[in-house]
Design a protein around this ligand. Structure first.
Ligand code: HEM
Ligand SMILES: N[C@@H](CC(=O)c1ccccc1NC=O)C(=O)O
Length: 279
């Protein structure tokens, strides 16, 4: 006895896409799904490529959200920025879960194709650097690996020419009547700002009276949330790296695990962590 399989066309599912935009067309799946080109025959290289490509896609969305959040704060519209920053934290949560997939690759499996990577490394991730620069961690030395690409260098320079997410939060403090000291006199946004006692005191006032400064209080907590997930990403990365290559030098030329452990100390929003101690 044969059973007639269910045919969704009977209830109207469109089956003809010769002259219509399809799922594959809209999502540009042909270029996306033909962009995985392993350089070796190692089984795990496809995992490695897809893990990085998906991370870069999520980073693209994070950049979109952080950039819009910066603009919203500048326009004195913190509410839409809250939603965007919540999404950024969720994106990092997603990236954090993704390490569980990569962790299934053992050192022996990675060694099979590591040589094929040459001197390429996540250290040269333009979008990762864009996220750091947008957030406020601005280290001009990190422009180095992009010097050979004018378009990428220009993109990073554009970010550096404007206030970061944290700079905008501090400028919002000033517009709400707080003394922000030397942060109010800056003429260039390119360099990393120094920690500032006046800004610490302003955040302290905000945390002492949340009901009075609700928007600033909520913004501060969204930033802390973002940095919390960002730190977890860094920690997952360094732990995976140590697990897979131990203390070997990185393909990008840094000391590898040691370099990444040092990066764990970098803070995006220093006064927001410091304020906890003085409450
Ligand atoms: C087995 C997997 C991985 C290993 C062994 C590894 C190893 C390393 C090492 C050793 C560095 C230091 C730079 C250098 O190469 O000298 C580094 C940096 C970096 N990696 Fe990975 N990585 C892995 C997976 C990933 C993944 C999945 C991403 C996601 C995009 C990523 C993104 C980055 C970024 C953004 C940096 C620069 C960090 C900074 O400068 O603070 N890595 N990685
Ligand atoms: N830095 C890594 C190589 C690596 O992980 C990598 C190489 C090319 C593209 C992305 C990479 N991922 C993160 O650094 C290593 O030293 O093994």
């Amino acid at each position: 006895m044969t059973v007639t399989p269910y045919d969704p066309a009977q209830e109207g599912a469109e089956m003809s896409f010769r002259e219509r935009m399809s799922y594959t067309d809209y999502l540009q799946l042909d270029p996306i799904l033909s962009a995985q080109k392993p350089l070796s025959t190692a089984h795990d290289e496809l995992l490695f490529i897809i893990q990085h490509q998906t991370s870069e896609l999520w980073m693209k969305l994070a950049i979109h959200e952080i950039s819009s959040a910066i603009n919203a704060i500048r326009r004195d519209e913190p509410q839409p920025a809250f939603k965007m920053l919540t999404r950024v934290a969720r994106i990092f949560e997603q990236l954090n879960s993704a390490w569980d997939v990569l962790r299934t690759m053992t050192p022996s499996e990675y060694t099979e194709f590591r040589n094929a990577l040459g001197q390429s490394s996540g250290f040269q991730s333009y979008q990762y650097r864009a996220i750091e620069f947008l957030a406020g961690n601005r280290n001009l030395a990190m422009l180095g690996p992009h010097k050979h690409r004018n378009d990428l260098t220009q993109g990073l320079e554009d970010i550096l020419s404007r206030p970061s997410l944290y700079d905008e939060a501090i400028l919002l403090l000033a517009r709400n009547g707080f003394d922000i000291g030397e942060d109010g006199q800056r003429t260039s946004w390119r360099e990393k700002r120094s920690e500032n006692e006046k800004v610490l005191e302003a955040w302290r006032q905000v945390y002492l009276a949340p009901a009075r400064y609700w928007d600033l209080y909520e913004l501060a907590e969204k930033l802390v949330d973002f940095e919390d997930y960002f730190r977890r990403w860094r920690f997952n990365h360094v732990t995976t790296v140590e697990r897979v290559i131990g203390f070997k030098r990185g393909t990008g030329g840094t000391s590898g695990t040691q370099y990444l452990k040092k990066m764990l100390e970098v803070e995006l929003f220093p006064e927001l962590w410091r304020v906890r101690t003085v409450l």
